[in-house]
Design a binder for this molecule. Structure first.
Ligand code: NAD
Length: 260
């Protein structure tokens, strides 16, 4: 029996979820809480952080604020074992649609936000890894856009491609320290973010129906379904899993369905 006998009990572990006040991050924070973890939510808007979490208002573009929030979580919980780097924003358009300022703004949040979170979490994670082998990890929210070639998503896809490469490089750098690094690749997940996009359409209900029809499963992915994969990757059941991506996309990337 190895450390993989763990069933996902996070009792006594400290966790930090960025972007944890909404959508996928909130689902992850809620599930980690239910599994017994102490959970901090780092978000630029903490108004709807799940009850029972330690809400830490910070923007991932602010290095000092990220450091302060990460340190505060570790101090509150006595240790930090689980980091879920999830804060991110969308961007629509081809390369001719977004100027340099917009590229830098999105990369600052989606890529450097995860770099900053990892940079400040790693000293805490190294200490935790010495005590709880197999329990210490960073899981980053990437996207199928990292590898799928989606239209109208040049900037977003490039940012998530960087997150995917970063995941692999960090996994290599920290594997011998007992810190695992993985990512999840959601497809189209039913979160407030997607709700906001649909609301911009002239007929949001029709747009939602069309979006669902494009999914192999005929429905959007639930934020709780993405959270289940994140919590698996953070658990000792995944003690042998590092440097990989788990797609939770309703078959969007892997399947080639014939038209009905
Ligand atoms: P969401 O908008 O519902 O939640 C995102 C959260 O991140 C919000 O609470 C927001 O306040 C926070 N956030 C955004 N920018 C921040 C910043 N600069 N500093 C701190 N917090 C910030 O979105 P979601 O759909 O739950 O997306 C979460 C992650 O999942 C993102 O990284 C996104 O790219 C990824 N993703 C989402 C989908 C999808 O279809 N919803 C698909 C693939 C990947």
């Amino acid at each position: 029996m190895t450390a993989a006998h763990g069933t996902g009990d996070f009792t006594g572990l400290g966790a930090l979820v960025t972007g944890g006040a909404s959508g996928i991050g909130a689902a992850v924070a809620t599930l980690l809480l239910a599994r017994g973890a102490q959970v901090a939510v780092l978000d630029r808007d903490t108004a709807s952080a799940p009850a029972g979490t330690l809400a830490l208002k910070a923007d991932v573009t602010d290095d000092d604020a990220v450091r302060a929030a990460v340190d505060a979580a570790a101090a509150e919980f006595g240790a930090l074992h689980t980091v879920v780097s999830n804060a991110g924003i969308g961007a629509i358009g081809t390369v001719t649609d977004n100027d340099d300022a917009e590229w830098l703004r999105v990369i600052d949040i989606n890529v450097l936000g995860m770099v900053r979170t990892a940079r400040h979490a790693l000293p805490h994670l190294r200490r935790a890894a010495a005590d709880r082998p197999g329990h210490v990890s960073i899981t980053q929210t990437c996207s199928i856009a990292a590898t799928a070639g989606l239209p109208q998503r040049a900037l977003y896809s490039a940012s998530k491609g960087a997150v995917y490469s970063l995941t692999l490089a960090m996994a290599a750098d920290h594997v011998r320290e007992g810190i695992r690094v993985n990512c999840v690749n959601p497809g189209t997940a039913d979160t407030p973010w997607v709700g906001r996009l649909l609301d911009q359409a002239s007929d949001p209900a029709a747009e939602r129906a069309a979006l669902e029809a494009r999914q192999p499963t005929g429905r959007l992915v639930g934020a709780d379904e993405v959270a289940a994969a994140v919590v698996y990757l953070a658990s000792p059941a995944a003690a042998a899993v590092t440097g990989t991506a788990v797609a939770v996309d309703g078959g969007m990337q892997g399947l080639r369905l014939r038209p009905a």
